[in-house]
Write a protein that binds this ligand. Structure first.
Ligand SMILES: Cc1cc2nc3c(=O)[nH]c(=O)nc-3n(C[C@H](O)[C@H](O)[C@H](O)COP(=O)(O)OP(=O)(O)OC[C@H]3O[C@@H](n4cnc5c(N)ncnc54)[C@H](O)[C@@H]3O)c2cc1C
Length: 356
């Protein structure tokens, strides 16, 4: 029986375990090493003021076919997350740290109309067309997976999925090449990308367009697991029958008798038939030795810390200028903007106040 190690129990590791079980049936033993005391990685929630609050991965786009399949498989009903008692006026505000850049009611009709009025119908159409094309190239990954295609390197997968045009240039450049003009990219698109990744339109076009598609520019809905998204991942691991080793940090991947080994700081080392690293290598602290010797794990990608602050209480309406408190706030890439995004995430029944 094949023995497979997965390092990391975030969405990548949990879905890898679940898929492997589907593909290999009972023919594999799957061990998941997780250095934290809980599963989920960057999908993590807390109980705050008596309510559930997501700190990381919050919304699942319905085009994320595997997560949607997984939810069905483990009987979790994904649902749109609605605030039971809205405290704001239901608008979306784009804020530069001092004043409103743009404000519109946040519904499926009035928001697009307001965007068309501000940025022009052609600009929006062109950006939407780009987001739809990137999304459909991205989604072709599922057909490749279903056909059992295997790729030696990420670049091979990118080529097979037709994603090359989106990885060679930034969102701002690609949008410019496709005739998107004016401030749609610098203002609205940047606000969305700051909210999602703390990035600007200088981000790689693939990430930018997937982000914009995720924000609704290319259809689909945003849903979540009612008990917290990490519970979905815990169920994936359980369904996979994986042996999950919590609090188990891996510090080395080596080779013994032609097989990869996984070692932990207590000096233990075990050979597997395959090892899947489902964690950012630069941050995982794993020394990797491949068949040809040490493998460089720091390929120069830069990471950033993201802080999520959860507060229960009232917001002073005058903070955002005149008028009521907005429902959601995006920010432009301005030094005056002290946060990247702000919004109501719930309502504390226990305290009778909104949660932001
Ligand atoms: C604030 C925030 C909001 C977000 N919102 C959304 C959203 O709304 N929608 C969305 O789709 N995405 C969102 N994301 C992104 C999403 O959360 C991540 O893309 C996803 O969770 C990453 O999963 P992963 O498995 O690749 O990595 P991770 O979740 O980081 O998992 C890696 C795991 O590996 C473990 N690990 C690392 N090193 C070792 C080691 N040496 N030994 C053992 N274990 C190790 C870590 O502890 C971790 O559990 C958000 C992210 C953040 C931070």
């Amino acid at each position: 029986m094949a023995e497979i190690a997965i390092i990391g129990s975030g969405s990548a590791g949990a879905l890898a375990a679940w898929r492997l079980r589907q593909v290999l049936g009972g023919e594999a033993r799957i061990a998941v090493f997780e250095r934290e005391p809980q599963v989920g990685g960057r999908a993590r929630h807390i109980q705050f003021a008596g309510e559930l609050g997501e700190l990381g991965g919050t919304l699942i786009h319905t085009d994320n076919r595997r997560l949607v399949e997984l939810a069905r498989d483990v009987a979790v009903e994904l649902a749109e997350r609605r605030v039971s008692v809205p405290a704001g006026d239901g608008s979306l505000l784009l804020w530069d740290g001092r004043a409103a850049v743009f404000k519109a009611p946040m519904d499926g009709v009035r928001l697009p109309l307001a965007l068309i009025r501000r940025y022009g119908p052609l600009n929006l159409l062109k950006l939407r067309k780009l987001a739809v094309a990137a999304k459909s190239a991205w989604n072709s990954v599922y057909a490749l997976q279903d056909a059992g295609r295997v790729f030696e390197r990420p670049d091979d997968l990118i080529a097979a999925a037709g994603l090359e045009p989106y990885v060679k240039t930034s969102l701002a450049e690609l949008a410019g090449q496709h005739g998107v003009k004016g401030q749609l990219i610098d203002q609205f698109a940047t606000g969305v990308l700051r909210d999602m990744y703390n990035q600007t339109a200088a981000v790689i076009a693939l990430a930018g367009l997937v982000g914009l598609a995720g924000a609704g520019l290319a259809g689909g809905k945003l849903v979540a697991a009612p008990q917290g998204n990490s519970t979905l991942l815990a169920k994936a691991l359980a369904k996979a029958g994986a042996e999950v080793r919590l609090g188990s940090r891996v510090d080395g991947i080596g080779r013994r008798d032609g097989k990869p080994t996984v070692s932990t700081p207590d000096g233990e080392s075990k050979a597997f038939d395959a090892v899947i690293v489902a964690a950012p290598l630069e941050l995982a602290g794993i020394a990797v030795t491949g068949p040809d010797g040490p493998v460089k794990t720091d390929v120069g990608r830069r990471f950033q810390d993201v802080h999520t602050t959860v507060v229960a209480g009232a917001v002073r309406p005058s903070f955002f200028g005149a008028g009521a408190v907005p429902g959601d706030v995006l920010t432009t890439d301005s030094p005056a903007a002290e946060f990247k995004a702000f919004g109501q995430t719930g309502h504390s029944r226990a305290l009778g106040v909104p949660i932001w």
